[in-house]
Design a protein around this ligand. Structure first.
Ligand SMILES: O=C(O)C1=C[C@@H](OP(=O)(O)O)[C@@H](O)[C@H](O)C1
Ligand SMILES: C=C(OP(=O)(O)O)C(=O)O
Length: 430
Protein backbone atom coordinates (compact mmCIF):
# COMPACT_ATOMS: atom_id res chain seq x y z
CA UNK A 1 0.00 0.00 0.00
CA UNK A 2 1.37 3.42 -0.94
CA UNK A 3 1.66 6.11 1.71
CA UNK A 4 1.74 9.89 1.03
CA UNK A 5 2.10 12.90 3.26
CA UNK A 6 -0.02 16.02 2.65
CA UNK A 7 1.28 19.15 4.36
CA UNK A 8 -0.89 21.95 3.02
CA UNK A 9 -1.57 23.79 6.28
CA UNK A 10 -2.16 27.48 5.45
CA UNK A 11 -0.68 27.01 1.93
CA UNK A 12 -2.99 29.19 -0.13
CA UNK A 13 -4.43 27.86 -3.35
CA UNK A 14 -4.01 30.23 -6.30
CA UNK A 15 -3.95 30.15 -10.10
CA UNK A 16 -5.94 28.33 -12.76
CA UNK A 17 -6.45 24.61 -13.40
CA UNK A 18 -8.36 22.26 -15.64
CA UNK A 19 -9.48 19.02 -14.06
CA UNK A 20 -9.62 15.76 -16.07
CA UNK A 21 -12.67 14.67 -18.04
CA UNK A 22 -15.95 13.66 -16.45
CA UNK A 23 -15.94 10.02 -15.33
CA UNK A 24 -19.65 9.36 -15.96
CA UNK A 25 -19.50 10.88 -19.46
CA UNK A 26 -16.24 9.09 -20.37
CA UNK A 27 -17.70 5.64 -19.51
CA UNK A 28 -20.83 6.35 -21.52
CA UNK A 29 -18.96 7.78 -24.52
CA UNK A 30 -16.99 4.54 -25.08
CA UNK A 31 -20.03 2.32 -24.60
CA UNK A 32 -22.24 4.38 -26.92
CA UNK A 33 -19.42 4.77 -29.45
CA UNK A 34 -19.12 0.98 -29.61
CA UNK A 35 -22.85 0.35 -30.16
CA UNK A 36 -23.36 3.21 -32.64
CA UNK A 37 -22.69 2.95 -36.36
CA UNK A 38 -19.56 4.67 -37.64
CA UNK A 39 -16.74 6.55 -35.98
CA UNK A 40 -16.83 8.26 -32.61
CA UNK A 41 -14.08 10.58 -31.44
CA UNK A 42 -13.83 11.21 -27.70
CA UNK A 43 -11.76 14.23 -26.66
CA UNK A 44 -10.80 14.74 -23.01
CA UNK A 45 -11.46 11.09 -22.09
CA UNK A 46 -10.71 10.42 -18.40
CA UNK A 47 -7.71 8.09 -18.18
CA UNK A 48 -8.54 7.03 -14.60
CA UNK A 49 -8.54 3.30 -13.81
CA UNK A 50 -12.36 3.06 -13.85
CA UNK A 51 -12.80 4.39 -17.39
CA UNK A 52 -9.86 2.32 -18.62
CA UNK A 53 -11.71 -0.73 -17.26
CA UNK A 54 -14.76 0.14 -19.38
CA UNK A 55 -12.50 0.67 -22.38
CA UNK A 56 -10.82 -2.71 -22.02
CA UNK A 57 -14.16 -4.51 -21.48
CA UNK A 58 -15.50 -2.95 -24.68
CA UNK A 59 -12.37 -4.13 -26.53
CA UNK A 60 -12.94 -7.67 -25.22
CA UNK A 61 -16.46 -7.40 -26.61
CA UNK A 62 -14.98 -6.79 -30.05
CA UNK A 63 -15.23 -3.00 -30.27
CA UNK A 64 -12.43 -1.29 -32.22
CA UNK A 65 -11.04 1.23 -29.73
CA UNK A 66 -7.78 3.19 -30.13
CA UNK A 67 -6.51 5.51 -27.39
CA UNK A 68 -3.86 8.17 -27.68
CA UNK A 69 -3.68 9.91 -24.29
CA UNK A 70 -7.04 11.58 -23.71
CA UNK A 71 -8.25 11.06 -27.28
CA UNK A 72 -10.16 7.88 -28.02
CA UNK A 73 -11.37 6.71 -31.43
CA UNK A 74 -14.11 4.09 -31.48
CA UNK A 75 -15.35 2.34 -34.62
CA UNK A 76 -18.81 0.96 -33.94
CA UNK A 77 -20.91 -1.39 -36.03
CA UNK A 78 -24.08 -1.35 -33.95
CA UNK A 79 -25.15 -3.77 -31.19
CA UNK A 80 -24.66 -6.69 -33.55
CA UNK A 81 -20.99 -5.75 -33.87
CA UNK A 82 -20.40 -6.96 -30.29
CA UNK A 83 -19.27 -10.56 -29.84
CA UNK A 84 -19.08 -13.05 -27.02
CA UNK A 85 -15.96 -12.32 -24.93
CA UNK A 86 -13.46 -15.16 -24.62
CA UNK A 87 -12.77 -14.41 -20.98
CA UNK A 88 -14.42 -12.78 -17.97
CA UNK A 89 -14.86 -9.00 -18.17
CA UNK A 90 -13.01 -7.35 -15.28
CA UNK A 91 -14.38 -3.96 -14.20
CA UNK A 92 -11.79 -3.43 -11.45
CA UNK A 93 -13.20 -0.97 -8.90
CA UNK A 94 -15.88 0.53 -11.15
CA UNK A 95 -19.54 0.30 -10.17
CA UNK A 96 -20.58 2.30 -13.23
CA UNK A 97 -18.83 -0.16 -15.57
CA UNK A 98 -20.33 -3.34 -14.13
CA UNK A 99 -23.84 -1.94 -13.85
CA UNK A 100 -24.03 -0.31 -17.28
CA UNK A 101 -22.52 -3.39 -18.93
CA UNK A 102 -25.10 -5.63 -17.22
CA UNK A 103 -27.82 -3.68 -19.02
CA UNK A 104 -26.00 -3.71 -22.33
CA UNK A 105 -25.12 -7.41 -22.24
CA UNK A 106 -28.43 -8.77 -20.97
CA UNK A 107 -29.89 -8.11 -24.45
CA UNK A 108 -26.94 -9.46 -26.52
CA UNK A 109 -27.29 -13.05 -27.79
CA UNK A 110 -24.24 -14.47 -25.99
CA UNK A 111 -22.82 -15.45 -22.61
CA UNK A 112 -20.70 -13.09 -20.54
CA UNK A 113 -19.35 -12.90 -16.98
CA UNK A 114 -18.60 -9.65 -15.13
CA UNK A 115 -16.12 -9.60 -12.25
CA UNK A 116 -14.40 -6.86 -10.26
CA UNK A 117 -12.27 -6.20 -7.19
CA UNK A 118 -13.18 -6.96 -3.55
CA UNK A 119 -15.16 -3.71 -3.22
CA UNK A 120 -17.20 -4.44 -6.37
CA UNK A 121 -17.96 -7.93 -5.08
CA UNK A 122 -19.47 -6.40 -1.90
CA UNK A 123 -21.70 -3.82 -3.66
CA UNK A 124 -25.37 -4.60 -4.44
CA UNK A 125 -26.10 -5.78 -7.99
CA UNK A 126 -29.71 -6.90 -7.38
CA UNK A 127 -30.85 -3.30 -8.01
CA UNK A 128 -29.90 -3.93 -11.68
CA UNK A 129 -30.56 -7.67 -11.91
CA UNK A 130 -34.16 -7.49 -10.59
CA UNK A 131 -35.49 -4.94 -13.14
CA UNK A 132 -33.58 -6.62 -15.97
CA UNK A 133 -35.19 -9.92 -14.96
CA UNK A 134 -38.59 -8.18 -15.26
CA UNK A 135 -37.63 -7.48 -18.86
CA UNK A 136 -36.92 -11.21 -19.31
CA UNK A 137 -33.17 -11.00 -18.67
CA UNK A 138 -31.21 -14.03 -17.49
CA UNK A 139 -28.64 -12.91 -14.95
CA UNK A 140 -27.06 -14.98 -12.19
CA UNK A 141 -25.05 -13.76 -9.22
CA UNK A 142 -23.65 -14.83 -5.88
CA UNK A 143 -25.66 -14.62 -2.64
CA UNK A 144 -29.03 -15.27 -4.22
CA UNK A 145 -28.47 -13.05 -7.24
CA UNK A 146 -27.35 -10.11 -5.14
CA UNK A 147 -23.60 -9.93 -5.71
CA UNK A 148 -20.94 -10.12 -8.44
CA UNK A 149 -19.47 -12.00 -10.20
CA UNK A 150 -22.51 -11.86 -12.44
CA UNK A 151 -23.08 -14.31 -15.31
CA UNK A 152 -25.39 -13.26 -18.12
CA UNK A 153 -27.09 -15.38 -20.76
CA UNK A 154 -28.06 -12.63 -23.15
CA UNK A 155 -31.51 -12.92 -24.67
CA UNK A 156 -34.34 -10.99 -26.35
CA UNK A 157 -35.97 -8.71 -23.75
CA UNK A 158 -39.39 -7.11 -23.35
CA UNK A 159 -40.08 -3.40 -22.79
CA UNK A 160 -41.40 -2.52 -19.30
CA UNK A 161 -42.37 0.38 -17.07
CA UNK A 162 -40.12 0.37 -14.03
CA UNK A 163 -40.66 2.44 -10.88
CA UNK A 164 -37.19 2.52 -9.37
CA UNK A 165 -37.10 2.64 -5.57
CA UNK A 166 -33.80 4.57 -5.69
CA UNK A 167 -32.57 7.63 -7.59
CA UNK A 168 -29.65 5.92 -9.31
CA UNK A 169 -28.19 6.83 -12.69
CA UNK A 170 -26.51 3.43 -12.83
CA UNK A 171 -29.90 1.66 -12.53
CA UNK A 172 -31.51 4.04 -15.03
CA UNK A 173 -28.62 3.76 -17.51
CA UNK A 174 -28.44 -0.04 -17.33
CA UNK A 175 -32.15 -0.23 -18.16
CA UNK A 176 -31.82 2.32 -20.98
CA UNK A 177 -28.96 0.33 -22.52
CA UNK A 178 -31.20 -2.76 -22.46
CA UNK A 179 -34.28 -0.82 -23.66
CA UNK A 180 -32.55 0.75 -26.64
CA UNK A 181 -32.03 -2.78 -28.04
CA UNK A 182 -35.58 -3.92 -27.21
CA UNK A 183 -38.84 -3.67 -29.17
CA UNK A 184 -41.43 -1.33 -27.59
CA UNK A 185 -41.53 1.53 -25.08
CA UNK A 186 -39.61 1.30 -21.83
CA UNK A 187 -40.35 3.88 -19.13
CA UNK A 188 -38.28 4.48 -16.01
CA UNK A 189 -39.63 6.53 -13.10
CA UNK A 190 -37.24 7.60 -10.33
CA UNK A 191 -38.11 8.99 -6.88
CA UNK A 192 -35.86 11.99 -7.71
CA UNK A 193 -33.98 12.78 -10.89
CA UNK A 194 -30.50 11.23 -10.94
CA UNK A 195 -27.69 12.41 -13.25
CA UNK A 196 -29.03 12.47 -16.82
CA UNK A 197 -25.85 11.98 -18.89
CA UNK A 198 -27.19 8.84 -20.57
CA UNK A 199 -30.34 10.63 -21.75
CA UNK A 200 -28.26 13.52 -23.11
CA UNK A 201 -25.83 11.15 -24.79
CA UNK A 202 -28.58 9.14 -26.50
CA UNK A 203 -29.63 12.40 -28.16
CA UNK A 204 -26.02 13.31 -29.03
CA UNK A 205 -25.78 9.96 -30.88
CA UNK A 206 -28.94 10.78 -32.85
CA UNK A 207 -31.30 8.69 -30.70
CA UNK A 208 -34.67 9.71 -29.27
CA UNK A 209 -35.72 9.74 -25.62
CA UNK A 210 -38.56 11.54 -23.86
CA UNK A 211 -37.78 13.05 -20.47
CA UNK A 212 -39.98 14.80 -17.95
CA UNK A 213 -38.94 15.57 -14.37
CA UNK A 214 -37.79 12.25 -12.87
CA UNK A 215 -39.12 10.05 -15.73
CA UNK A 216 -37.78 9.01 -19.07
CA UNK A 217 -39.01 6.71 -21.81
CA UNK A 218 -37.67 5.46 -25.08
CA UNK A 219 -38.89 3.34 -27.95
CA UNK A 220 -36.57 0.59 -29.08
CA UNK A 221 -34.79 -0.66 -30.97
CA UNK A 222 -32.88 2.44 -32.10
CA UNK A 223 -29.97 2.85 -34.45
CA UNK A 224 -27.35 5.30 -33.15
CA UNK A 225 -24.76 7.18 -35.22
CA UNK A 226 -21.14 7.85 -34.21
CA UNK A 227 -20.26 11.43 -33.25
CA UNK A 228 -17.62 13.60 -31.54
CA UNK A 229 -17.87 13.82 -27.77
CA UNK A 230 -15.92 16.57 -26.01
CA UNK A 231 -15.85 15.55 -22.37
CA UNK A 232 -16.13 18.46 -19.89
CA UNK A 233 -14.04 18.58 -16.70
CA UNK A 234 -15.47 16.44 -13.90
CA UNK A 235 -17.22 18.53 -11.25
CA UNK A 236 -16.71 15.64 -8.81
CA UNK A 237 -12.93 16.03 -9.28
CA UNK A 238 -13.16 19.84 -9.27
CA UNK A 239 -14.90 19.52 -5.87
CA UNK A 240 -11.58 18.75 -4.14
CA UNK A 241 -9.96 21.90 -5.55
CA UNK A 242 -13.06 23.97 -4.76
CA UNK A 243 -12.83 22.77 -1.17
CA UNK A 244 -9.09 23.44 -0.90
CA UNK A 245 -9.59 27.05 -2.05
CA UNK A 246 -12.61 27.65 0.19
CA UNK A 247 -10.93 26.51 3.43
CA UNK A 248 -7.49 28.08 2.93
CA UNK A 249 -7.18 31.83 3.73
CA UNK A 250 -5.85 33.95 0.86
CA UNK A 251 -6.94 31.51 -1.86
CA UNK A 252 -8.38 32.42 -5.27
CA UNK A 253 -8.64 29.66 -7.85
CA UNK A 254 -10.06 29.43 -11.36
CA UNK A 255 -11.20 26.03 -12.63
CA UNK A 256 -11.78 26.06 -16.37
CA UNK A 257 -14.27 24.09 -18.45
CA UNK A 258 -16.13 22.17 -15.75
CA UNK A 259 -19.36 20.29 -16.44
CA UNK A 260 -22.24 22.07 -14.70
CA UNK A 261 -25.12 19.76 -15.62
CA UNK A 262 -27.81 20.70 -13.03
CA UNK A 263 -28.13 17.03 -11.99
CA UNK A 264 -24.48 17.25 -10.83
CA UNK A 265 -24.16 20.73 -9.30
CA UNK A 266 -25.72 20.03 -5.90
CA UNK A 267 -22.41 20.88 -4.23
CA UNK A 268 -22.41 24.38 -5.78
CA UNK A 269 -26.03 24.93 -4.68
CA UNK A 270 -25.31 23.84 -1.10
CA UNK A 271 -22.06 25.82 -0.89
CA UNK A 272 -23.85 28.97 -2.04
CA UNK A 273 -26.23 28.45 0.89
CA UNK A 274 -23.25 28.03 3.20
CA UNK A 275 -21.89 31.43 2.11
CA UNK A 276 -19.19 30.32 -0.34
CA UNK A 277 -17.79 32.86 -2.80
CA UNK A 278 -17.99 30.93 -6.08
CA UNK A 279 -18.74 32.49 -9.47
CA UNK A 280 -19.90 30.46 -12.43
CA UNK A 281 -18.67 32.23 -15.57
CA UNK A 282 -18.83 31.85 -19.34
CA UNK A 283 -21.63 29.25 -19.49
CA UNK A 284 -21.68 27.19 -22.72
CA UNK A 285 -22.53 23.70 -24.02
CA UNK A 286 -20.43 20.75 -25.20
CA UNK A 287 -22.53 18.07 -26.92
CA UNK A 288 -25.73 18.74 -24.91
CA UNK A 289 -23.83 19.13 -21.62
CA UNK A 290 -23.62 22.53 -19.88
CA UNK A 291 -20.07 23.71 -19.09
CA UNK A 292 -18.65 26.79 -17.31
CA UNK A 293 -15.53 28.26 -15.69
CA UNK A 294 -15.56 28.56 -11.90
CA UNK A 295 -13.79 31.10 -9.70
CA UNK A 296 -13.53 30.19 -6.02
CA UNK A 297 -12.32 32.46 -3.21
CA UNK A 298 -11.60 31.59 0.41
CA UNK A 299 -14.83 32.00 2.41
CA UNK A 300 -16.07 31.74 5.97
CA UNK A 301 -18.76 29.07 5.71
CA UNK A 302 -21.85 28.51 7.82
CA UNK A 303 -23.60 25.20 8.49
CA UNK A 304 -26.52 23.76 6.53
CA UNK A 305 -28.88 20.79 6.26
CA UNK A 306 -28.79 18.58 3.15
CA UNK A 307 -31.28 15.83 2.24
CA UNK A 308 -34.06 14.69 -0.11
CA UNK A 309 -33.78 15.42 -3.82
CA UNK A 310 -30.47 17.26 -3.28
CA UNK A 311 -28.67 13.98 -2.35
CA UNK A 312 -28.38 12.45 -5.86
CA UNK A 313 -27.07 15.81 -7.15
CA UNK A 314 -24.05 15.65 -4.83
CA UNK A 315 -23.81 12.02 -3.78
CA UNK A 316 -20.10 11.65 -4.65
CA UNK A 317 -19.27 15.04 -3.09
CA UNK A 318 -20.56 14.21 0.40
CA UNK A 319 -17.12 13.17 1.72
CA UNK A 320 -15.59 16.53 0.72
CA UNK A 321 -18.70 18.38 1.92
CA UNK A 322 -18.17 16.76 5.32
CA UNK A 323 -14.63 18.16 5.43
CA UNK A 324 -15.94 21.63 4.48
CA UNK A 325 -18.54 21.37 7.24
CA UNK A 326 -15.79 20.83 9.85
CA UNK A 327 -14.69 24.40 9.01
CA UNK A 328 -18.21 25.91 8.96
CA UNK A 329 -19.93 27.68 11.83
CA UNK A 330 -22.62 25.48 13.45
CA UNK A 331 -23.95 21.99 12.98
CA UNK A 332 -24.29 20.56 9.45
CA UNK A 333 -26.78 17.72 9.02
CA UNK A 334 -26.61 15.30 6.08
CA UNK A 335 -29.57 12.94 5.84
CA UNK A 336 -31.34 10.63 3.34
CA UNK A 337 -27.88 9.53 2.20
CA UNK A 338 -27.94 5.80 3.07
CA UNK A 339 -26.68 5.16 -0.50
CA UNK A 340 -23.26 6.22 0.81
CA UNK A 341 -23.05 2.86 2.59
CA UNK A 342 -22.85 0.97 -0.72
CA UNK A 343 -20.19 2.97 -2.53
CA UNK A 344 -16.50 1.92 -2.84
CA UNK A 345 -16.55 1.88 0.98
CA UNK A 346 -19.28 2.61 3.50
CA UNK A 347 -18.62 6.34 3.12
CA UNK A 348 -20.65 7.34 6.20
CA UNK A 349 -18.30 5.21 8.25
CA UNK A 350 -15.02 5.99 6.46
CA UNK A 351 -15.63 9.76 6.44
CA UNK A 352 -16.57 9.79 10.13
CA UNK A 353 -13.80 7.56 11.45
CA UNK A 354 -10.99 9.03 9.35
CA UNK A 355 -11.89 12.70 9.82
CA UNK A 356 -12.42 12.17 13.55
CA UNK A 357 -8.91 10.67 13.69
CA UNK A 358 -7.69 14.05 12.39
CA UNK A 359 -9.55 15.86 15.17
CA UNK A 360 -12.95 16.51 13.53
CA UNK A 361 -16.26 16.34 15.41
CA UNK A 362 -18.60 14.12 13.35
CA UNK A 363 -21.39 11.80 14.44
CA UNK A 364 -22.52 8.94 12.23
CA UNK A 365 -26.31 8.54 11.79
CA UNK A 366 -28.43 5.84 10.12
CA UNK A 367 -28.59 7.74 6.80
CA UNK A 368 -25.91 10.38 7.01
CA UNK A 369 -23.90 12.36 9.54
CA UNK A 370 -23.92 15.37 11.83
CA UNK A 371 -20.82 17.54 11.65
CA UNK A 372 -20.05 20.16 14.24
CA UNK A 373 -17.87 22.84 12.72
CA UNK A 374 -15.14 24.64 14.62
CA UNK A 375 -14.15 27.56 12.38
CA UNK A 376 -10.74 29.00 13.03
CA UNK A 377 -9.75 25.88 14.93
CA UNK A 378 -7.49 23.68 12.77
CA UNK A 379 -7.69 19.91 12.72
CA UNK A 380 -4.77 18.23 14.44
CA UNK A 381 -3.64 15.79 11.74
CA UNK A 382 -2.23 12.29 11.82
CA UNK A 383 -2.33 8.99 10.00
CA UNK A 384 -5.46 7.95 8.08
CA UNK A 385 -6.47 5.48 5.41
CA UNK A 386 -8.37 5.55 2.11
CA UNK A 387 -9.55 1.91 2.45
CA UNK A 388 -9.16 1.72 -1.33
CA UNK A 389 -11.73 4.49 -1.88
CA UNK A 390 -10.50 7.26 -4.22
CA UNK A 391 -12.88 9.92 -2.93
CA UNK A 392 -11.96 9.22 0.69
CA UNK A 393 -8.27 9.41 -0.25
CA UNK A 394 -8.60 12.79 -2.00
CA UNK A 395 -10.80 14.25 0.73
CA UNK A 396 -8.20 13.29 3.37
CA UNK A 397 -5.42 14.78 1.22
CA UNK A 398 -7.35 18.09 1.13
CA UNK A 399 -7.85 17.87 4.91
CA UNK A 400 -4.09 18.53 4.99
CA UNK A 401 -4.95 22.19 4.19
CA UNK A 402 -6.44 22.61 7.68
CA UNK A 403 -4.49 20.00 9.67
CA UNK A 404 -1.67 21.57 11.68
CA UNK A 405 0.52 18.45 11.75
CA UNK A 406 -0.28 17.33 8.19
CA UNK A 407 -2.02 14.19 6.97
CA UNK A 408 -0.32 10.86 6.33
CA UNK A 409 -2.51 8.94 3.89
CA UNK A 410 -2.24 5.18 3.55
CA UNK A 411 -3.68 3.68 0.39
CA UNK A 412 -3.04 6.79 -1.72
CA UNK A 413 -2.90 4.64 -4.88
CA UNK A 414 -6.73 4.54 -4.87
CA UNK A 415 -6.73 8.16 -6.13
CA UNK A 416 -5.91 6.98 -9.68
CA UNK A 417 -9.39 5.41 -9.96
CA UNK A 418 -10.85 8.80 -10.94
CA UNK A 419 -8.06 11.42 -10.82
CA UNK A 420 -4.56 10.11 -11.63
CA UNK A 421 -3.07 13.65 -11.90
CA UNK A 422 -4.55 14.83 -8.56
CA UNK A 423 -1.32 15.19 -6.56
CA UNK A 424 0.63 16.86 -9.38
CA UNK A 425 -2.20 19.28 -10.15
CA UNK A 426 -2.53 20.21 -6.48
CA UNK A 427 1.17 21.08 -6.43
CA UNK A 428 0.71 23.50 -9.35
CA UNK A 429 -1.71 25.71 -7.39
CA UNK A 430 0.00 25.76 -3.96
O1 LIG B 1 -24.05 6.72 -13.42
C1 LIG B 1 -22.95 7.15 -13.00
O2 LIG B 1 -22.02 7.48 -13.77
C2 LIG B 1 -22.77 7.28 -11.54
C3 LIG B 1 -23.87 7.28 -10.72
C4 LIG B 1 -23.81 7.40 -9.25
O3 LIG B 1 -24.06 6.13 -8.69
P1 LIG B 1 -25.56 5.55 -8.42
O4 LIG B 1 -26.22 5.33 -9.71
O5 LIG B 1 -25.33 4.27 -7.68
O6 LIG B 1 -26.24 6.57 -7.57
C5 LIG B 1 -22.45 7.88 -8.78
O7 LIG B 1 -22.31 7.69 -7.40
C6 LIG B 1 -21.32 7.22 -9.52
O8 LIG B 1 -20.09 7.77 -9.11
C7 LIG B 1 -21.42 7.44 -11.00
C1 LIG C 1 -19.34 5.76 -6.55
C2 LIG C 1 -18.42 6.04 -7.47
O1 LIG C 1 -18.18 5.32 -8.64
P1 LIG C 1 -18.69 3.88 -9.10
O2 LIG C 1 -20.07 3.66 -8.53
O3 LIG C 1 -18.66 3.93 -10.59
O4 LIG C 1 -17.69 2.88 -8.57
C3 LIG C 1 -17.60 7.28 -7.34
O5 LIG C 1 -16.88 7.59 -8.31
O6 LIG C 1 -17.62 7.95 -6.30
Amino acid sequence: MAEMIFKGYKKKVVGAVRVPGDKSISHRAVIFGAIAHGETKIEGFLTGDDCLSTLSCMRQLGAEVERDGETVMVKGSGFNGLKEPENVLDVGNSGTSIRLLMGLLSARPFHSVLVGDASIHRRPMDRIMAPLEKMGGQLFGRANNRLAPVAINGTKLEAVTYNSPIASAQVKSALLLAAIQTEGQTTINEPYLSRDHTERMIRAFGGEIKTSKASCSLNGPQKLTGTTIKVPGDISSAAFFIAAALITPGSELKIESVGVNPTRTGLLDVLKDMGADISVNNPRELNNEPVADLVIRHSQLKSTTVGGEMIPKLIDEIPILALLATQAEGETVIRDAAELKVKETNRIQTVTTQLNKLGADIRETEDGMIITGHPGQPLTGGKVESFGDHRIGMMLAIAGQVAKQGVTLEGSEAISVSFPSFVKLLETVR
